[in-house]
Design a protein around this ligand. Structure first.
Ligand code: ADP
Length: 595
């Protein structure tokens, strides 16, 4: 490319100079030759006429050959030229350089014919005698307007040719020098144009490769400098654009990466162009593997695929709630066509509604449970009150029994209302915990003692197994006792007679104590286990009536334990008993004494 510019600039110069020189050379040499021959011719005519005049008297009546011979020889010496005199028929009558016999009739010669016709004839001709070009000029010799002969002067062109050749050589040298100068000049000019272009190209190449921090150093004020300045401005603008684009992109990426909704963009063929981490999580697929796959391969869900196709075909936004195959995730899918220029794209948004739906289910259950829980004791109360009114009140023994029943139901209702209030207080943080270093026995022993009679009535054995020398825990003793009471109470409720309940405490980690409440009761089914800590959740609605549970106990326990910074969980199998675990932090004071 560089070469081509150099030669594109230099070649016209060289060709121009070369052709001008050539033209000048040819024109001037032709001109010079013409001028010289004309001058020579004129000069020779003058001389020829002089000789013709001198010869006039010697031509008639008969040419006086000795006198004429004398004349031409004398003149030839003076003029340094060859002189010949012919009679009217073209026969030689006098000759300065040759013997007369050597020359034949020359009437036919162009110069003689010219002299006869116009009064002067001239020609250049190769002389066989001298083996060189000669100029022959002839004029008629007239006596009383009658042509009696011809006088001719011949001059060798040798001297002229030599001069002419020298002149040509000089011109050639001059032209060659001019050409060399022109070539050097054009190389210098092209070089001075090409070097900045070369620099510019180098920088442009770097910019093209993505190095936007380069810029051209500008010297001078010419058009190339102007080009350089424009280029620098362009690169700067490009840099600004790239920077702001990168910033925007980073922001969008951050939003996409942190947003809870899944986002997928596909092209019109369904090829996945973008997928965010939430979408990958919802679809349970690694993000990097999702790219370059089709939407159908990615989601593998006929409802979503149909929805995508429908959006593609109608060009209208489509919304549908769908559940994943394993029913673990429930999403609201919104598919919107995106038109970017002439590119058709589809934006798929997957809103994970699993949690919301679960909360919704919990809320629904809560309402239904609370109504159920209220209705049952109220209905029972109503029956008892009606029975009393119908006459049972007259019978003191039965009346006492019924009143006892009323009391039980009212107690249960009161407990439920209290528990509900407590739960709501805990949830809204209105019941601050009074955290203190507390010996673990204080938390466990009291509930055990309180519930022992009840266990005994249910024909159950309660064991405690507290590891010796346990550090104190950091707890609100009253609240924790309430939690343990609740857990033991549950164990009693769900364990048939003859069973055993074991309450144990041991060190779990350096700063953690784990308390376990283990029973040999009915156990909890796999599907109930994750839900038992929800409000009002009861694994078996019918059975719970026995112990009069509210389904709130574990929910309260969870809140209290979490408020202590601990964890609570259960392990159980249907028919194999249950174990409830809860952890508590050891008190900092004690912690220090241990370490
Ligand atoms: P409730 O007042 O009904 O006991 P909880 O919140 O204390 O309410 O318990 C919720 C549910 O968890 C119970 O209804 C029961 O189905 C199950 N559950 C709790 N503890 C046990 C246990 N020790 N053995 C079997 N099931 C249990």
């Amino acid at each position: 490319m560089m070469k081509s510019i150099r030669w594109r600039v230099a070649l016209p110069y060289i060709v121009l100079i070369f052709s001008i020189s050539l033209w000048i050379t040819l024109y001037t040499s032709a001109q010079i030759r013409d001028t010289y021959t004309q001058q020579l011719e004129t000069h020779l005519f003058v001389e020829a006429r002089q000789i013709a005049e001198n010869a006039e008297n010697l031509m008639s009546p008969e040419p006086n050959q000795p006198a004429l011979g004398e004349l031409v020889r004398q003149q030839a010496i003076i003029l340094g030229e060859r002189i010949t005199v012919f009679d009217a028929d073209g026969n030689v009558v006098a000759e300065s350089h040759k013997d007369l016999t050597e020359i034949g009739n020359e009437f036919h010669r162009a110069e003689i014919q010219g002299a006869l016709a116009t009064g002067r004839g001239s020609t250049i001709r190769f002389s066989r005698t001298y083996s060189y070009d000669f100029m022959y000029t002839a004029v008629p010799i007239r006596v009383q307007s009658k042509t009696v002969g011809f006088a001719r002067i011949a001059v060798s062109m040798q001297k002229f040719d030599e001069q002419y050749r020298t002149y040509q050589q000089n011109i050639f040298i001059a032209v060659s020098l001019a050409l060399i100068t022109a070539i050097l000049l054009s190389i210098w000019i092209t070089q001075s144009i090409i070097t900045p272009i070369k620099n510019l190209t180098g920088i442009a190449e770097r910019v093209a490769k993505g190095d936007l921090n380069t810029h051209i150093i500008i010297t001078g004020q010419d058009e190339l400098a102007q080009l350089g300045r424009t280029f620098n401005a362009m690169a700067e603008q490009l840099r600004d654009k790239v920077e702001s684009l990168a910033e925007e992109r980073a922001q969008i990426t951050a939003v996409l990466n942190t947003m809870a909704d899944g986002v997928i963009i596909t092209d019109e063929k369904g090829q996945v162009l973008l997928i965010n981490p939430s979408a990958a999580r919802i679809l349970k697929t690694p993000e990097d593997k999702a790219l370059n796959r089709t939407f159908a391969q990615l989601v593998y869900h006929h409802q979503l695929i149909a929805l995508w196709r429908h959006c593609y075909e109608t060009g209208e936004e489509q919304t549908q709630a769908v559940e994943t195959h394993d029913q673990s995730i429930f999403v609201q899918a919104v598919i919107t066509p995106l038109t970017e220029g002439n590119k058709q794209r589809l934006l798929v948004i997957l809103q994970d509604l699993t949690r919301i739906r679960r909360l919704e289910t919990i809320r629904r259950d809560f309402i239904s449970n609370i109504s159920h829980e209220l209705r049952t004791p109220l209905a029972s109360l109503k029956v008892v009150v009606e029975t009393l009114r119908d006459g049972a009140i007259e019978d003191p023994i039965n009346a006492q029994r019924f009143l006892g029943h009323i009391e039980t139901e009212v107690n249960l209702l009161t407990q439920m209302v209290q528990e509900l209030l407590e739960l709501s207080r805990i949830e809204s943080n209105k019941a601050p915990l009074n955290l203190q270093a507390t010996p673990i026995e204080e938390i466990i022993t009291l509930p055990v003692e309180r519930l022992s009679p009840q266990a005994e009535r249910a024909k159950l054995i309660i064991n405690t197994d507290i590891a010796p020398n346990l550090p104190e825990v950091y707890a609100d003793s009253e609240r924790m006792s309430q939690v343990i009471t609740n857990l033991i109470h549950n164990a009693i409720k769900f364990t048939p007679p003859g069973g055993t309940i074991t309450i144990a405490a041991e060190r779990h980690a350096k700063d953690e104590i784990v308390i376990t409440i283990k029973d040999t009761g009915t156990g909890i089914s796999e599907q109930d286990l994750p839900r038992i800590f929800e409000r009002f959740y009861k694994a078996d609605q019918s059975r719970t009536r026995r112990g009069g549970g509210t389904g709130l106990g574990l929910a309260i326990a969870k809140h209290i334990v979490q408020g202590h910074g601990g964890r609570i969980w259960a392990e159980s199998r249907k028919g194999e008993g249950s174990t409830f675990y809860l952890t508590l932090k050891t008190s900092k004071l004690d912690n220090n004494s241990v370490t």
